[in-house]
Design a protein around this ligand. Structure first.
Ligand SMILES: C[S@@+](CC[C@H](N)C(=O)[O-])C[C@H]1O[C@@H](n2cnc3c(N)ncnc32)[C@H](O)[C@@H]1O
Length: 265
């Protein structure tokens, strides 16, 4: 999958649009929530974590910055919104600067596999739908490393809600999201527990982000503009027509799992 350079989303060629990861494509369309549990699952994580005003939070793999902005706006946190992809950081920076909390959210470049922060830097570390794209044990270890003792690590991941058909597995992991790795809730517990985190709490549910109901619940007043943008260029429309039927084949088998874990004192 391509990594685009620092440029405006508007300048992507048709070939670049075709090569985008599904989540980068959704960001280009203006979608704000790009993880399998949707906005309601972020509500849940924020509720569990009980983030306090002034706490330092890292949202790594921040995408377009939606959760980072919420953390600053709703919890009063000081937030680092970090992502490896220039395209995502560009969108996140635009969303942050259009928010009321621009002074409390800094958008930075970071790789979850080698976070550019000292040990114990953050009170709370968030990674919604990121660890599963990379070496999962290494990523979980990095999340734990930069979290302070007594702090919390929050994550959202995919898991197989029920055993997928070979066709669904091949479509989702082979065509839609090559390189993605996940299996069961138990496996995620092992990965985060293996990173030295304790008091693991999980909650799971069906993947609804790409259903009509999930889309409307997540995007609210932005929903119409996302759809309009998808129709605004033949390259976007073609990509949507490629993506949607494939997603529909995989959706019945997919679920999300939320993880909250503590770093021991
Ligand atoms: C599925 S999106 C989730 C975005 C955002 N967390 C959200 O929930 O809307 C995955 C994000 O992880 C980022 N990402 C992928 N690999 C990464 C890595 N090695 N380090 C940091 N971010 C990464 C992608 O650029 C993308 O923004």
């Amino acid at each position: 999958m391509m990594m685009v350079g620092v440029n405006l989303m508007a300048t992507l060629t048709a070939d670049e649009v075709r090569a985008l990861d599904p989540y980068a494509f959704l960001a280009v369309l203006g979608k704000r929530v790009i993880h399998p549990g949707g906005r309601a699952s972020t509500d849940r994580l924020l509720d569990w974590a009980d983030v306090q005003p002034g706490e330092r939070v890292l949202d790594v793999g921040c995408g377009v910055g939606t959760t980072a902005i919420r953390l600053a706006q709703e919890c009063g946190a000081e937030v680092v919104a970090a992502d490896i992809a220039p395209l995502m950081r560009e969108r996140a920076a635009a969303n942050v600067s259009g928010s009321k909390v621009a002074s409390r959210v800094s958008v930075e470049e970071a790789d979850i596999l080698a976070l550019p922060y000292p040990d114990n830097s953050f009170d709370v570390v968030v990674a919604e739908a990121v660890t599963m794209f990379v070496n999962r044990k290494q990523a979980a270890a990095e999340l734990a490393r930069v979290c302070r003792p007594g702090g919390r690590v929050l994550a959202t991941e995919f898991f197989w809600l029920r055993p997928p058909t070979e066709e669904a597995r091949q479509i989702f992991l082979g065509e839609v999201c090559p390189g993605l790795r996940f299996d069961s809730v138990e496996e995620w517990v092992e990965i985060y527990g293996g990173a030295g985190l304790t008091n693991l709490r999980t909650e799971s549910g069906p993947f609804e982000m790409m259903t009509a109901r999930g889309f409307l619940a997540d995007e609210g007043k932005h929903a119409a503009s996302v759809v309009a943008r998808g129709m605004s260029r033949p390259a976007y429309f073609r990509k949507m027509m490629w993506l949607m039927p494939r997603m529909a084949r995989a959706v019945p088998y997919l679920g999300y799992v939320l993880v909250m874990a503590g770093k021991p004192e």
